[in-house]
Ligand binder design. Structure first.
Ligand SMILES: Cc1cc2nc3c(=O)[nH]c(=O)nc-3n(C[C@H](O)[C@H](O)[C@H](O)COP(=O)(O)OP(=O)(O)OC[C@H]3O[C@@H](n4cnc5c(N)ncnc54)[C@H](O)[C@@H]3O)c2cc1C
Length: 340
């Protein structure tokens, strides 16, 4: 049997590492280029919704998710007022990126993968054998994403979503028992830095009581991070190149489905790439197959999420959302089921 063709992956986030690991298990020589390092905190709600056990199993990831915090109920709050709790159709997983990305990176290296950290690759180049998994595309609109881990914070249910003026923030328990506070906000000027910046954003958004609640808890200063957060981009990347995760398309954060999509994108790409590496198909054929599999898998949920997202950010839309939730008119359990 001739040696398998090598694969390069640009971006060692969840999508890139999961794909790299799956290909290594099939004996493919894989190099992952990652501009950062591990472990590190990322701006992320760290709440994985819509990941089927079949995907975790086919990528060999069950062991890495085994200690994730199981979430079954979400409670929305409109400007501090709790709404009717919603039972999720299937448990979601709470796990920190600090832990999960580092676990995958270690497993990738142990499997013989070549991980080049602190190495930024040129994403404009796309030779055969290169997969793009470098995260969000660079054309906005971008909001501000803030995240911090807190201890000694009691929650109404293990997952709360707070709606404020042009913002929403999730409080989600993760595997360590800490609570991850992560939100997106319309950009503003604030003099505060670090945790104080998150509190300033909350106060400006009419969530002063929530800010006081967080202030009384114990923040982990090392976990604070901030980023330019995309609101989602439902355009699936064109099929000339192989793109997975946010580099393919990004779903609005409220869904808690971006991480599941990153893993499902890796799952969809693994088979066609293996055929290419075994010389059973050309690079062009593999690229077309990956793009069409992702289009079939993701288009409906990207469309649904982009229609619902404005209800999380506009003032009157948030009031409608709250009324829908409390009146039981909208079957939220069924809506979450669309995101699979
Ligand atoms: C505020 C916010 C909250 C969110 N909350 C959730 C949530 O609760 N649940 C959920 O499922 N999803 C959530 N998401 C979405 C989720 O974070 C993404 O969908 C997910 O991280 C995509 O994974 P990825 O591997 O494609 O990209 P990333 O995780 O972004 O990884 C890309 C990697 O590529 C590296 N990189 C970038 N450019 C280069 C380059 N040129 N060369 C080398 N390396 C490069 C980066 O350093 C990074 O490590 C949230 C997003 C935001 C903005």
């Amino acid at each position: 049997m001739s040696a398998r063709l090598p694969i390069e992956i640009v971006g060692g986030g969840l999508a890139g590492l999961a794909l790299g690991l799956a290909l290594r298990r099939e004996g493919v020589p894989v190099t992952v280029f990652e501009s950062g390092d591990y472990p590190r905190h990322r701006v992320c709600g760290e709440f994985i919704s819509g990941l089927g056990d079949d995907t975790a199993a086919s990528l060999g990831l069950r062991e890495f998710l085994a200690d994730a915090w199981p979430h079954r109920v979400v409670t929305y709050h409109l400007r501090g007022r709790p709404l009717r709790p919603i039972r999720l159709p299937a448990p979601a997983l709470g796990i920190s990126r600090h832990t999960l990305d580092a676990r995958l990176a270690r497993a990738f290296v142990e499997s013989g993968g070549h991980l080049r950290t602190h190495t930024r690759a040129d994403t404009s180049l796309s030779p055969d054998g290169r997969v793009h998994a470098a995260g969000k595309r660079r054309d906005g609109p971008f909001w501000v994403g803030l995240k911090v881990h807190l201890r000694n914070l009691d929650l109404v249910t293990d997952f709360e979503i707070h709606l404020g003026e042009r913002c929403y923030l999730g409080l989600s328990r993760v595997e360590t028992g800490a609570v991850n506070a992560c939100g997106i906000f319309a950009p503003q000027e604030h003099a505060e830095r670090g945790f104080g910046l998150l509190l300033a954003y909350l106060r400006t958004a009419g969530l002063g009581a929530l800010a006081e609640r967080l202030r009384a808890a114990d923040p982990d200063p090392g976990s604070f991070c901030v980023t330019a957060a995309p609101l989602g981009d439902r355009r699936i990347a064109p099929s000339g190149r192989i793109c997975i995760g946010d580099a393919c398309a990004s779903i609005p954060p409220f869904t808690g489905n971006g991480l599941a999509m990153a893993l499902q994108g890796a799952e969809s790409a693994a088979g066609p790439l293996l055929a290419y590496c075994s010389r059973d198909s050309s690079w062009g054929e593999a690229a077309r197959e990956v793009a069409s599999a992702q289009r079939a898998r993701f288009s409906r949920r990207l469309m649904a999420a982009s229609l619902i997202h404005p209800f999380f950010l506009g003032t009157w839309q948030q009031s409608c959302l709250a009324a829908f939730i409390n009146s039981r008119i909208v079957p939220f359990g069924a809506l979450y089921s669309v995101l699979r």
